[in-house]
Design a protein around this ligand. Structure first.
Ligand code: IP8
Length: 264
């Protein structure tokens, strides 16, 4: 059966989070190659990516997640413009690689169509459905307009994942590709003896110690919260190591792989 896969490339997977605007081009390439394989096998892919060092560093420096601060509003507004353009640049690395692998895509920057932050943001999600067959719609975490005095805020790619996975018709798989681990771990991944949790249920504790210091959105906790929300409407919700993109095909074709399956 043809799968409809909503996939997020984590910012820590496709960029070096500690170093300003450092894309990991080889990883991006290997994932795009895998996506082209998935598409040529007749499946549909909707692609979201995180910000990594193209978004979080400046967003943190200028406290963009908290909205407009009258004392530094001029610098913040400049930072908003820069982060938006940096995100388009990062997205360009992804779409160029998709194109090189023969995949057409259409980019929908949230600053063009979404208002508000968190999973209750407003925006017409039909744009992700109304692309020609074989074309991959692409979007990403971004700085968006918010109502009231805050003026702007950060919409995480994890929130896009939740709304897109639950509101588009018949999504079969929702896959979060992580940068440094095989899935959810029982202890920080750098601690000896830490083990992969193959099935994680909402309410179980989340190992948070490997949250990046640079993250202005919620790191693994936000991902876990969104993933369990999604698993109420989508059967196959997974955290998979993006350094092994072949695991995505294995999941689609064989029904399981190395990773964490999230249950609601
Ligand atoms: O990396 C954050 O998106 P995320 C977006 O998906 C920005 O949480 C601009 C920091």
């Amino acid at each position: 059966m043809a799968a409809k896969v909503v996939m997020k490339l984590g910012g820590g997977l496709i960029t070096d989070k500690s170093s300003f605007k450092a894309p990991k081009k080889e990883i991006i390439d290997s994932i795009c190659k895998e996506i082209s394989k998935i598409i040529s096998n007749g499946h549909t892919v909707i692609l979201i990516h995180g910000a990594g060092s193209f978004g979080h560093l400046l967003a943190k420096e200028w406290s963009l997640a908290g909205g407009m601060n009258p004392e530094i509003s001029e610098q913040q507004r400049e930072a908003v413009i820069r982060v938006r353009s940096d995100m388009i640049e990062l997205c360009g690395y992804v779409t160029n690689s998709l194109n090189l692998h023969g995949i057409k895509c259409e980019v929908f920057p949230p600053s063009d169509w979404a208002v508000g932050t968190g999973s209750n943001f407003n925006g017409d999600l039909a744009i992700f459905e109304n692309v020609p067959k074989g074309t991959v719609p692409v979007s990403f975490g971004d700085v968006v307009i918010v109502g009231g005095e805050a003026e702007f805020g950060i919409l995480s790619g994890d929130d896009l994942m939740a709304r897109i996975s639950l509101e588009l018709s018949s999504v079969s798989h929702c896959v979060f590709l992580l940068g440094d681990v095989d899935g959810m771990m029982d202890m920080p991944p750098n601690v000896e003896g830490s083990k992969l949790i193959p099935i994680w249920r909402a309410g179980e504790s989340v190992e948070t110690a490997h949250n990046s210091e640079q993250d202005v959105t919620g790191g693994i906790e936000l991902k876990a919260a969104r993933a369990s929300q999604i698993s109420r409407g989508v059967n196959e919700v997974w955290f998979i190591n993006g350094n092994h993109p072949e695991r995505i095909s294995q999941l689609i074709e064989e029904g399981t792989t190395i990773g964490t399956k999230i249950l609601g």
